[in-house]
Structure formats: structure tokens, C-alpha cells
Ligand binder design. Structure first.
Ligand SMILES: *Cc1c(COP(=O)(O)O)cnc(C)c1O
Length: 230
């Protein structure tokens, strides 16, 4: 099998899993998008995904994502990994959206970064869609905002002229039952207002995420295959 055929087969299989989970939950499959996670896989895979009609992919490391954005300008790369504040200006140049906004400092830095990027012609005018990453285990050092700090972050993003709040993102702690984590994230998401989206679910837990109201499933291994650790 060529790599193109492999990706086509994997995409079809993951889409079928999403459709089956949507049917089981009595949800409209159109309310759930698949976002392939291409981290650790070569830029050539982004080209092949484009051939298969998939322009939106996700990355979790700034340097790797920036390189792929330069190699494959037609791809729309979404940032799903932790961002150091000092990297915000760079992320602002290439990111189609950011799913991992978890602090006031980062939100403000991204807002400034988008303004700068537009001013310098590195980015067309327009807003950056953002998702706030919830801490699933109460340990913010592992990424994510604590529930008690969520509203403050929401207020900052809503006041930021270059950012647009789209919803929440969550990653359940390793080994934990994902159902209550996703259900709580969905409830908090709905509390933000109508139309807010939940970015939840990966290769191993997408059925649980769809059952609990996810709108965006971020699937790496299931679509791209296993990754070599860097
Ligand atoms: C790597 C990653 C994924 C995809 O994980 P898989 O288990 O390979 O599907 C999803 N979300 C985040 C935040 C990731 O870092």
C-alpha cells in the first residue's frame, strides 16, 4: 500500500468510527469534525492529506508546526500543544486556530501577536479562533486552566480584538475514565453561551468524546499511524 492509500484507508476508518459514535448518541454527524494530528509525521503527509481533500491538521510543537507551515502553505495548521508566551508571536503568524489557550498571559500575547502579524503582512486581516484548554486533573503545570480561573480567561479573550472565543478543549488525564471529564467540559462549554464548540477526543477515546458532545476530535495515531518519539 502506498502512503496515500494508507492515509485514505485510515481516514475512512476513523470517519466511520465517528459516524457510528454519532449514531449511537443520536447526534448529527455534521456537528463533529475530524482534525488529523500530524505531529512527528513529515510535511509530505500534509501534502497527501491535501490530495485527499483534508486541509486542516493539528500540531502540538511550535517549531515543528512553523516548519510545516512554511513547507506546505496550503495546509491550515491548528495549534493544540502548550505554548510558551515568548513563542506567541510565532504561533500568531501560522496558526489557523489555537486550542490550547490556558492563561491570561498567553491570551494577551497571542492577541498582540496577531495584531503584529497583520501589521507586518505575515497574516491576512481577521481574527484568531481560540479554544480554552481546561485542566482535567487540577494540575495547571500540565497545561490547562483551572475551572475557578476559567471566567477570568473568558473575559480577557472576549475583550481581545484579535481573538474570537470558539469553545473549550480538554485532554483527560492518562488512565482516567474520560466520560466524566468530557461531560464536565461539555457543560462548561454550554455555560459560555450558544454555539460554543468542544474540542475533545483522540484516537483512544473518541467514542466517549462524541457520546459526551464533542464537536472536534483530534486524531493522530488513528489517521497517521504510530509516531516515532522525537
Ligand atoms: C497528540 C495529540 C492528539 C492525538 O493523539 P492520538 O492519541 O495520536 O490520537 C490529540 N490532542 C492533543 C492535544 C495531542 O497532543
Amino acid at each position: 500500500m502506498t502512503r496515500l492509500e494508507e492515509l485514505r484507508t485510515n481516514l475512512a476508518a476513523v470517519r466511520e468510527r465517528i459516524a457510528a459514535a454519532a449514531r449511537a448518541a443520536d447526534r448529527d454527524p455534521a456537528d463533529i469534525r475530524l482534525l488529523p494530528v500530524t505531529k512527528f509525521h513529515p510535511a509530505s503527509d500534509l501534502d497527501l492529506l491535501l490530495e485527499l481533500g483534508v486541509a486542516d491538521v493539528a500540531e502540538n510543537r511550535e517549531q515543528e508546526a512553523r516548519a510545516k507551515a512554511a513547507d506546505v502553505p496550503a495546509a491550515r495548521i491548528h495549534m493544540i500543544g502548550q505554548i510558551q508566551t515568548k513563542k506567541a508571536n510565532s504561533v500568531a503568524r501560522w496558526a489557523a486556530s489555537v486550542h490550547s489557550v490556558d492563561s491570561v498571559r498567553l491570551a494577551e500575547a497571542l492577541n498582540r501577536g496577531i495584531g503584529l502579524a497583520i501589521e507586518r503582512g505575515d497574516r491576512p486581516a481577521g481574527i484568531l479562533p481560540v479554544y480554552l484548554q481546561l485542566s482535567a486533573d487540577g494540575d495547571p503545570s500540565r497545561g490547562g486552566v483551572l475551572e475557578e480561573d476559567l471566567q477570568e480567561l473568558v473575559d480577557v479573550v472576549e475583550a481581545a480584538p484579535h481573538l474570537e472565543l470558539r469553545g473549550l478543549m480538554v485532554v483527560p488525564p492518562l488512565g482516567a475514565d474520560p466520560d466524566p471529564v468530557f461531560a464536565r467540559a461539555r457543560a462548561l462549554c454550554d455555560g459560555l453561551g450558544p454555539g460554543m464548540e468542544l474540542s475533545a477526543g483522540m484516537s483512544a477515546d473518541l467514542e466517549s468524546a462524541v457520546a459526551n458532545g464533542s464537536n472536534i476530535v483530534r486524531v493522530g495515531t488513528g489517521v497517521l499511524g504510530s509516531r516515532q518519539l522525537p
